[in-house]
Design a protein around this ligand. Structure first.
Ligand SMILES: Cc1cc2nc3c(=O)[nH]c(=O)nc-3n(C[C@H](O)[C@H](O)[C@H](O)COP(=O)(O)OP(=O)(O)OC[C@H]3O[C@@H](n4cnc5c(N)ncnc54)[C@H](O)[C@@H]3O)c2cc1C
Length: 453
């Protein structure tokens, strides 16, 4: 019997991955303990025509399609599913910067750091900076509305996407948004696709806004004996007329985890630390001195200011090592929740209480300036009971985030792992409305099934 992939084979040529060992490397993403399905096909698109061919065939035969970038998703959003075509677009990497319009036309497979560095060469700046920027792709960033470390000043990926080209199930190529500086025609379909986690179509090109280049950032570090003082510091800095370009928070347990792998200058026993940066052209030095004074006034027991790029880098080293330090501790649920900024201290305290009550070790750190923390919940690898306890503690933590007026994900998205909590936040009526929007674009439900909805 001739199957759809036999029909597609000649058209796709070497885009169709025939070597099972190579195909296996596209099975899973960076989420916790993902499982690879038994049967799936991998297509590495060479151009938009390959994307169109796959989506025509998939729609005609009801075959699931998993759009895929660099597989750095932490939620299982880019994992292959049983019987699916994994449509990887990493090889689509063209980039064209238009300095007059102040934007770039980007293919979806371009690595985020490459866009940032090309913009830098043109004396421009592409601000979104997920910590995975060296590996993740612009298509993946758009599909997850990725954030990162400098959102406190610059916002998230959605704030930079002006227009998209998307291939829909069935192969239709559509354009959304405006490539001009302004425009008000019709609904904001660009906004709909940003953050849709591959459930509506495949992004094949994006026009992203670039801004004038900042100065190299300078850094201040402040440590606190009291959580409330640290959060008071966050609020005071957010009210500064020249808002920091980075404002990161580490709780006591995160500081201990980092110091356990090396001395990164955090005093032992402090309750919280803040790292703060300014990249304001011509004024970064004066800003970080002012930020340090503000934090001292809020109750910091110690502040250190880096007045050159090398020192600034040194102060940031502990923060950069955090992920590595947490990985080194064993099995963990690497999580993501966002609460109103004024409630950050409450959220951290609830996390500490849940940890004490459940016996699950929990660290709480991340983008304090946005109220967006990445709790890590630890368990012993290979211990199903431990994993179960960590998951139960996570449920308590996510409920607490919602009770405080927050959200179950600030930037990582829903994927597979948070699907079960989606109705907690949206409610059943809203969930049904969102499902009907999906059906409008994807009537046969072939786009990334089992993810999000
Ligand atoms: C060490 C580490 C640090 C991280 N730090 C951050 C951080 O600071 N901030 C943050 O927001 N995230 C972070 N992440 C999560 C992850 O990097 C982001 O979600 C990123 O945007 C995913 O990009 P990707 O290219 O790897 O996409 P993938 O993982 O391949 O895909 C992610 C989702 O996008 C969809 N998708 C991919 N390409 C397309 C396309 N062209 N069209 C339609 N849908 C598509 C997929 O179907 C999937 O739903 C981190 C991950 C790791 C491993």
């Amino acid at each position: 019997m001739v199957g759809p992939l036999d029909r597609l084979g000649p058209a796709l040529g070497d885009a169709l991955v025939r070597d099972p060992d190579i195909a296996a490397t596209y099975a899973v993403d960076c989420s916790c303990a993902p499982t690879a399905p038994e049967h799936f096909t991998v297509v590495r698109a060479r151009d938009v025509q390959d994307v169109v061919a796959v989506l025509e065939e998939a729609q005609a035969h009801g075959i699931p399609v998993v759009p895929q970038g660099a597989r750095t998703s932490l939620t299982g959003a880019s994992c292959a599913t049983e019987g699916a075509i994994v449509l990887n677009v990493e090889d689509l990497r063209d980039l064209d910067i238009d300095p007059v319009e102040g934007h770039a036309r980007v293919d979806p497979g371009l690595v985020t750091a490459e866009l940032k560095s090309a913009a830098h060469e043109a004396d421009l700046f592409y601000p979104p900076d997920p910590a995975s920027a060296d590996t993740c792709t612009i298509g993946g960033n758009i599909a997850t509305n990725a954030g990162g470390l400098c959102c406190v000043k610059y916002g998230v990926t959605a704030d930079y996407v002006k227009a998209l080209e998307v291939v829909l199930p069935g192969g239709e190529r559509i354009r959304t948004g405006k490539r001009t500086a302004k425009g008000v025609v019709g609904y904001d379909l660009t906004g709909l696709f940003v953050g849709s986690e591959g459930t509506l179509g495949v992004v094949t090109a994006a026009w992203v806004r670039l801004v004038p280049a900042p100065d190299p950032a300078l850094t201040a570090l402040a440590t606190f004996d009291s959580l409330d003082d640290a959060v008071r510091g966050v609020l005071a800095l957010r009210a500064d007329r020249h808002r920091p370009s980075l404002l990161e928070f580490l709780d006591r347990a995160s500081i201990a985890a980092v110091q356990a792998i090396g001395d990164f200058g955090f005093p032992s026993g402090c309750e919280a630390a803040l790292l703060v940066q300014s990249d304001r052209p011509g004024h970064a030095g004066e800003d970080v001195i002012r930020y340090a004074a503000t934090l001292a006034e809020a109750g910091a027991v110690e502040t250190v200011v880096a007045d050159n790029a090398a020192e600034a880098d040194l102060l940031m080293k502990g923060r950069r090592m955090l992920n590595h330090a947490l990985e080194a501790k064993g099995g963990r649920l690497a999580e993501d929740a966002c609460v109103p900024i004024a409630r950050l201290a409450q959220f951290v305290r609830i996390g500490q209480d849940i940890s004490a009550r459940s016996g699950v070790e929990i660290t709480l750190s991340g983008h304090g300036g946005d109220g967006n923390l990445h709790p890590s919940l630890f368990f012993t690898r290979g211990d199903p009971d431990g994993l179960h306890r960590a998951e139960a503690a996570l449920e308590d933590l996510l409920r607490a985030a919602l009770d405080l007026g927050g959200t179950i994900t600030g930037e990582h998205g829903i994927g597979v792992q948070k699907r079960r909590y989606l109705s907690w936040e949206l409610g059943h009526a809203e969930l049904a409305r969102q499902r009907s929007v999906k059906t409008l674009f994807d009537p046969r439900g072939i786009m990334n099934p089992g993810k999000v909805y």
